[in-house]
Write a protein that binds this ligand. Structure first.
Ligand code: ADE
Length: 258
């Protein structure tokens, strides 16, 4: 999987690229990330990439010529021009289904904006897939591009040690529920014990407990993700007795609070 990132601040990516899962994926040649400085495509002697908005107003707008020139040159570097993504708060909202769609591409070209936004003709000429990582405004698209890369590489075969682990992630699989609670050693901490079933060795019962915990957790925390029958149930009676799995988690959370 190849990512090309077009940015005015390539240095912002150094720390992220050199750490953890991504570093390993790059070393194992499963993922490649190439950084391109948009300023390199500015044609005037001051390397100007932004200008004041026509009509007045605060801030600066990214100029059309260097951005389009940079995108066109980078796309031509490889026979596969790649899926072109513009990071902008005005784009479609990124969720796990969108991440799965992106992961189907072999190459993704990510364009990061800065300042007050892009000259509208960048959109009109390039017709990119416009993506927002949430309803808030960042200072630029760089952090959003890192979010996209981070989420997509989890789905690239071989990147996670265990291929089934992304299937159990929150928002994943057929039902797209929140993931069940997890525990590790010690078995007891400040009086909080790991649910007995998880140490029983009975894989069928463990799977049942996890499925139920995921279902109830999703209802309690994110009823918007639950299917209609479950959602109705939650709306009808929010004080209903919780399942043992969820009750246990809720009890733990209460006790965890300072
Ligand atoms: N650039 C600024 N804010 C953004 C957001 N929410 N998502 C993607 N890119 C952005």
């Amino acid at each position: 999987m190849r990512f090309d990132v077009l940015t005015l601040f390539p240095e912002m990516f150094a720390g992220y690229l050199g750490e953890s899962l991504l570093k390993l994926a790059v070393q194992r040649k499963l993922v490649e990330v190439r950084l391109h400085d948009i300023r390199g495509w500015a044609t005037d002697k001051h390397k100007k990439v932004d200008d004041r908005p026509f009509g007045g107003g605060p801030g600066m707008v990214l100029k059309v010529e260097p951005v389009v020139a940079c995108v066109e040159a980078v796309r031509q570097e490889h026979p596969d021009p790649g899926h072109l993504v513009l990071l902008t708060p005005q784009g479609r909202r990124l969720d796990q289904a969108a991440v799965e769609q992106l992961a189907d591409h072999r190459r993704i070209v990510l364009v990061c904006g800065r300042y007050e936004g892009f000259d509208e003709r960048i959109r009109l000429v390039l017709r990119p897939d416009e993506i927002s990582i949430g309803d808030y405004v960042l200072n630029g698209g760089e952090v959003a591009a890192m979010v996209v890369i981070d989420a997509v590489i989890r789905l690239v075969p071989g990147v996670l040690g265990d291929e089934s682990s992304s299937q159990n992630d929150s928002f994943s699989g057929k039902e797209r529920l929140l993931e069940h609670a997890q525990y590790t050693r010690p078995r007891e901490y400040r009086g909080l014990e790991v649910p007995e079933v998880l140490v029983s060795g009975n894989h069928e019962e463990i799977a049942c407990w996890r499925a139920e915990d995921a279902r109830v957790r999703t209802l309690r925390r994110r009823a918007d993700l639950a299917g209609p029958p479950d959602r109705d149930l939650a709306a009808q009676d929010n004080s209903q007795e919780q399942s043992s799995a969820a009750a246990h988690s809720a009890e733990q959370a209460r006790k965890d609070q300072p």
